[in-house]
Design a protein around this ligand. Structure first.
Ligand code: FAD
Length: 396
């Protein structure tokens, strides 16, 4: 698909110029000319009163996919610290790049972040695109979208991965629209098709009842966001070497419509479920909000944190940042203790990657037992105190 201007109909009124959100139209000898920033959004077609702009469709207008190479990972940093999901994506990106036979590139934006480039190389990047600018110090949707979209248009990566964090979920669809490609959000698995080397992007669909594998066939890059905690973290190797490319950032104050006046950290400590080695999670089987005190006791005893099923969050027994599952967090602890949780598919989608799953449920047919390594059939109000007692006795 491409946008074309019919020269004989264009009267040079500049209405299209004003309507274009991407600065993708130039005036040349009083005629509108589409430049390579065009994403074919069609705003100019709607604005033109003279039917002088058309959308040209057809085989000849398809993108040349062979020009796209390399796997890019957006390395999200906050206060100059790489987010854990970016380390997971560097590990995954390395594996994908190896299968295709291309390079893994990290993309880092911020101010005074040169040190992060070396970290990215240690985690597997062959190349690091470092975009530093005072206007990139804080994340803004406009600023980051513009810089990354322009880098993609110039360098043409074939795959771009972002973490499905608040920032990644905001940024990825805007970049995808800007560079005229598709996006698979919230992927839980990425593979390379052995035949045509396309990216197979798998994510839960239809309320988590099926897993859909999505392929981006006609556009590039192939873009995906990946939920934190799903992929294994890359292991750092300080001896690796790589290339650092300083990106010439083309950004003005006027490009950014929002202004970060102040950053206020949440006064409540955020529950670090994704990082936890041990999670003790409570479900509707607790019967009441106070039941979480018992869950907390076992979690404290095991040096873990408290997780929850959605049923308990919906009931208002515990806050959403404890929720594990499809619409909560994806976790990969060494030990996951599910107490009074039935094992709905949407819950299991978030915790089945745990090394060891222990389920406590009074119903021997509860689905959670199908994925549990150890199952205890019984009332959690009897089983958990007995477990705590037993742990105390071991220590004595
Ligand atoms: P229940 O299914 O009611 O299970 C309670 C269990 O406790 C039962 O198995 C029962 O036998 C047992 N029990 C009762 N009393 C005791 C006792 N005294 N001792 C021991 N066992 C006892 N759910 C999530 O968890 N996370 C999500 O992210 C999520 N996302 C969703 C997204 C969508 C689009 C949809 C449609 C649903 C989602 N759900 C999610 C909801 C999910 O389908 C289930 O409804 C939910 O997980 C059930 O929570 P539960 O296991 O705590 O409750």
């Amino acid at each position: 698909m491409a946008i074309i201007v019919l020269e004989d109909k264009c009267i040079g009124c500049k209405l299209c110029l004003k309507a274009c959100p991407f600065d993708a139209i130039d005036m040349v000898e009083k005629k509108a000319v589409i430049n390579d920033k065009c994403v074919a959004c069609g705003a100019c077609i709607d604005a033109c009163k003279f039917d002088a702009i058309l959308r040209e469709e057809g085989e000849g207008s398809e993108k040349d996919l062979s020009a796209y190479k390399n796997v890019w990972v957006f390395v999200e940093q906050r206060e100059n610290k790489i987010m854990p999901v970016a380390i997971e994506l560097l590990g995954e990106g390395k594996r994908l790049a190896k299968e295709i036979g291309v390079e893994l590139c990290a993309v880092v934006l911020g101010e005074n972040i040169s040190d992060l480039a070396k970290e990215c190389i240690a985690y597997g990047a062959d190349k690091v695109y470092l975009a530093q600018h005072s206007l990139l110090k804080n994340f803004t949707t406009d600023g980051y979208t513009k810089v990354i979209s322009e880098m993609i248009q110039a360098e043409k990566p074939e795959i771009v991965l972002l973490g499905a964090t608040h920032i990644g979920r905001d940024l990825a669809p805007r970049i995808a629209a800007r560079v005229d490609t598709g996006l698979t959000a919230d992927c839980t698995k990425l593979e390379i098709d052995p035949e045509d080397k396309k990216l197979l992007q798998t994510r839960p669909a239809f309320g988590g009842n099926i897993m859909a594998t999505i392929v981006c066939t006609k556009h590039r890059p192939q873009m995906a966001t990946v939920r934190p905690g799903v992929m294994d973290k890359a292991v750092a190797d300080g001896k690796r070497s790589g290339k650092i490319i300083d990106v010439a950032v083309n950004l003005d104050k006027e490009d950014i419509r929002t202004q970060v006046i102040k950053t206020v950290k949440a006064d409540k400590a955020v529950v670090a479920l994704e990082e936890a080695e041990v999670i003790v999670a409570g479900g509707r089987g607790l019967g009441k909000a106070e039941g979480f005190q018992l869950i907390q006791q076992l979690a404290d005893r095991l040096g873990g944190v408290v997780g929850a099923s959605r049923a308990t969050v919906d009931a208002g027994w515990i806050s959403h940042d404890h929720q594990v599952g499809q619409t909560g967090k994806t976790v990969k602890p060494r030990i996951y203790v599910a107490c009074g949780i039935s094992g709905a598919i949407q819950h299991m989608a978030g915790m089945q990657g745990a090394d060891v799953i222990i389920a406590i449920n009074k119903n021997p047919d509860a689905p959670i037992f199908s994925i549990a390594d150890y199952g205890i059939v019984g009332d959690l109000y009897e089983v958990i105190p007995a477990l705590i007692d037993a742990l105390d006795r071991v220590d004595d």
